[in-house]
Design a protein around this ligand. Structure first.
Ligand code: ADE
Length: 226
């Protein structure tokens, strides 16, 4: 049976998913708790991995090594970098890059790749579900780093270096782990703020709604993945 892994950084991003998997059970690997449940013909392993790239990478590798996940979905909120993105828009990653690690280091040394493409089939399925549900959704470059950005100058610097569309703190780490393990993944995000000087206020207002919207799409997606 196919096992799909779902990683969320925070409880608010996971709430709806936990509810949907309530018939299952939990298992721990070290300090990390995993929620295991069957949904239709699929086995789901899901977790709140915590914030940042190290937490996300460790959890992703545990899902693959300990629970045999054959594809991963990272779901949660993000800040908008592109002016085309608005609060509560959905972003399905085209590819992922770290904004706080020099790309040339990952290119010149193992694994000789610094931008990690999301799986086209799974991502296209997420886009069609958005279209069916009338949700505004964009494909684009999602950038990740160990920093919550609420400063227009920092945002502009990240945009000028990466040309990213949305910013968060885990997706590129999940992408890199999946690249190393040669398994498909996608990153689904809902915009909670503009990652600028008013970002913190917007985040507090919209994080729960954005998290709920993203989790709803993730649940619809796992039911449709072949
Ligand atoms: N996730 C949601 N908003 C974010 C921001 N502004 N910076 C980093 N991660 C985020």
């Amino acid at each position: 049976m196919k096992t799909i892994g779902i990683l969320c950084a925070m409880d608010s991003e996971f709430a709806l998913i936990r509810e949907a998997l309530s018939g299952g059970h939990t298992e721990s690997v070290g300090r990390q708790t995993f929620y295991l449940a069957q949904r239709g013909e699929k086995q789901i392993v899901a977790a709140v991995c915590g914030v940042g790239k190290v937490n996300a990478a460790a959890c992703a590798q545990m899902m693959i090594s300990c629970f045999h996940a054959s594809c991963l979905i990272n779901s949660g909120v993000a800040g908008a970098l592109s002016p085309e993105l608005h609060i509560l828009d959905l972003v399905i990653a085209q590819e992922l890059v770290c904004h706080d690690l020099e790309e040339r280091l990952l290119q010149n040394y193992f694994p000789h790749c610094s931008r990690f493409p999301a799986d086209e089939t799974i991502s296209a399925l997420a886009v069609s579900i958005c279209q069916e549900q009338g949700l505004s959704c964009h494909r684009g470059l999602v950038v990740s780093g160990d920093q919550f950005v609420t400063d227009t100058a920092i945002k502009n610097d990240i945009v000028s270096r990466t040309h990213g569309d949305a910013i968060e703190m885990e997706g590129a780490a999940v992408g890199q782990v999946c690249y190393l393990n040669e398994i498909p993944f996608t990153v689904i995000r809902c915009i909670s703020d503009g990652a600028d000087d008013t970002g913190e206020m917007d985040y507090d207002t919209f994080v729960d709604k954005a998290a709920h919207r993203c989790a709803g799409l993730t649940l619809a997606l796992i039911d449709r993945i072949g």
